[in-house]
Design a protein around this ligand. Structure first.
Ligand code: ARG
Length: 258
């Protein structure tokens, strides 16, 4: 009898929780090589390796830049063999407006360039303005967001195993409709999600990647997890810093600080 009650409680809770991861996502296959560019900023934010010495993350994560331990390699935050990366200097986009989350970009320059062969880490290519012209981030394009963030709005802890969820890009016009963000989504941002909600990034995913499929079939970095009203709420899509908008500042900053 006890077992039956325990079993039915178990299946009830798995039913209730089946759809509330990253939010509404799934575990990332540990064997995949397509997540080698993702790093964790101490679990509370994430970032993407864009070159041997540079990580792109969110400006609103900046309070942790001075103290955080950055790790890369694999989906498991608790794994003992994670690669530790040290920050030499951080750069926040000069036009970043923290109260509006506009230009939510920060670059972390590493103390030592990453040896990709030795570490198994790899960089990801960014969506540039030319790729945007081909429709790469048009309304309806399916994108993928990955991270160790909370599995539901208001959850207390991040996850140790990386999760991912697919969400369609939403045009800024649609995201700015009354009843949605009503004008708060500016041209430096990109929205993604479903009208009915249910699938989204959430707290702890910030700074991490939103990718679309590039011309060669590989993921390209289109967005940086930035903000949202709650997580996965109907009509309140996830909002991402639009990488194509930050592209020239990112390139210039990397070039000017070698
Ligand atoms: N600002 C959050 C963070 O610092 C990310 C929130 C993303 N929210 C969303 N609904 N997609 O982790």
């Amino acid at each position: 009898m006890k077992t039956i009650i325990a079993l039915s409680l178990l299946s009830l809770s798995s039913l209730l929780h089946a759809n509330d991861r990253i939010v509404g996502g799934e575990l990332v296959d540990p064997a995949t090589t397509e997540t080698r560019y993702i790093v964790s900023l101490g679990g509370s934010c994430a970032g993407s390796i864009i070159s041997p010495s540079w990580i792109l993350t969110a400006a609103h994560c900046k309070s942790i830049f001075n103290s955080v331990v950055i790790t890369g390699g694999g989906v498991d935050l608790k794994a003992k063999n994670r690669v530790v990366l040290k920050i030499k200097k951080s750069y926040v986009h000069p036009k970043n407006n923290p109260s509006k989350y506009s230009y939510d970009f920060a670059l972390l320059q590493l103390e030592t360039p990453i040896d990709f062969e030795k570490t198994g880490l790899a960089p990801i290519t960014m969506v540039d303005p030319d790729l945007v012209k081909t429709g790469a981030i048009d309304d309806g394009v399916i994108s993928t967001v990955l991270g160790w963030g909370t599995m539901s709005e208001g959850a207390q802890s991040i996850t140790n195993l990386m999760r991912k969820v697919d969400v369609p890009i939403v045009s800024n016009d649609r995201a700015n409709a009354p009843g949605s963000y009503n004008g708060q989504v500016d041209a430096t941002m990109l929205a993604a999600g479903y009208d009915q909600g249910k699938k989204d990034s959430c707290q702890g995913d910030s700074g991490g990647p939103l990718t679309v499929v590039g011309t060669d079939g590989k993921p390209v970095l289109a967005g940086v997890v930035s903000w949202g009203k709650g997580c996965a709420r109907a009509n309140y899509y996830g909002i991402y810093a639009n990488v194509a908008v930050g592209y020239s500042w990112i390139q210039d900053t990397m070039k000017a600080n070698q």
